[in-house]
Write a protein that binds this ligand. Structure first.
Ligand code: SF4
Length: 333
């Protein structure tokens, strides 16, 4: 954190009481940050987990603060945040040499035009990789972002707009990140082959094709279980960047129009046991799409995104998987 910058911004806002949100990786620094900010402000630390710029606290927390300081993430520009939020981006500055990177997979497949994208921490690494690939004769491009993202080439687990921007004129995509979260979502959302360059170990390019295909098969099996469902719970997530009430209301109408029962449920932290207690046959989750696509094993009943509902009940996509991506959310009341 650059305390001077944050403190100046908070002073400009006239903030007195602030909520400080730290991702797990930065929580060990909580005393340092708290003490620094407490010299000027009354600070409350959020002890709950949070999911990123789509989750800047709850209504109850906002009532007690003038501003939120969120570390490690980048704003989602088209969200109308209820209280001012200062985002302290975390960009991994570690320089890594790409000289040992094995490019044979790209060469074997004759992939020459490559779109590069990244999770926000690896923005700088993606720039370095772009230069490295260009020097080796590849044509590298960075896709334009839509209004939910701040930078070209940036990805969220619910928004792959830079890849869609490039999909028609590249041979493949490379995602610079750690873990498969962004790269798997990317491969579920585009047709062209996606490679992850995992910045942890092993440091190599890895195709996401097979993993995404396995994942899609498991999703279709989960979705098929919903076909016989009679009682649906349609969930609206109350996190500010996941709030899609209009979509949930639309889903209510769709389900009721099929002669099925449906209830609308509010949730801030989705808990499988709640839906088990409701004896729901199927959950349609309109908040973060990754709850349904990645965490479905935790739920007894099938849990679907709105896109998945349309795929199985409305035959949308003609058998092709459609990733639920978020471009805009509704303004919260
Ligand atoms: S909605 Fe999900 S994927 Fe999108 S930013 Fe929030 S946590 Fe990440």
């Amino acid at each position: 954190m650059d305390p001077g910058r944050v403190i100046n911004k908070l002073k400009e806002l006239g903030a007195k009481r602030i909520l400080l949100q730290l991702p797990d990786g930065l929580k060990p620094n909580v005393f340092e940050y708290f003490n620094e900010l407490s010299k000027n402000f009354s600070v409350m630390v959020s002890s709950s987990g949070f999911y990123g710029a789509c989750d800047t606290g709850t209504m109850d927390e906002w009532k007690n603060v003038d501003a939120v300081v969120q570390m490690g993430h980048t704003e989602i520009p088209n969200i109308n945040y209820k209280v001012p939020v200062i985002f302290e981006e975390y960009i991994n500055e570690e320089h890594r040499s790409f000289n040992e990177l094995d490019l044979s997979e790209l060469e074997k497949k004759n992939y020459k035009n490559i779109s590069l994208a990244y999770s926000i921490q690896y923005r700088k690494s993606a720039e370095e990789l772009s230069q490295f690939l260009s020097e080796r004769g590849f044509k590298v491009s960075i896709g334009r972002h839509d209004s939910r993202l701040k930078y070209d080439g940036q990805l969220l687990g619910c928004n792959f707009s830079p890849l869609h921007d490039q999909e028609s004129h590249v041979d493949c995509h490379i995602i610079v990140s750690t873990g498969v979260f962004h790269a798997l979502g990317a491969q579920l959302s585009v047709e062209k082959e996606v490679f992850i360059l995992d910045m942890s170990e092993p440091f190599r390019l890895r195709s996401m094709k097979a993993e995404a295909e396995r994942h899609i098969r498991r999703r279709f099996a989960n979705m098929a279980r919903a076909l016989e469902a009679k009682k649906f719970v349609i969930v609206v997530d109350t996190k500010i960047g996941q709030y899609r009430m209009k979509l949930a209301e639309k889903m209510m109408k769709e389900v009721q129009g099929m002669g099925k029962s449906a209830v609308l449920a509010y949730s801030n932290e989705s808990s499988p046991i709640e839906y088990e207690n409701m004896m729901a046959d199927c959950i349609i989750f309109t908040g973060c799409p990754r709850v349904a696509t990645d965490d479905f094993d935790r739920y007894k009943s099938p849990i679907l995104t709105a896109q998945e509902f349309n795929m199985i009940f409305k035959k949308k996509g003609n058998g092709k998987y459609i990733m639920d991506e978020i471009v805009t959310v509704d303004a919260m009341p």
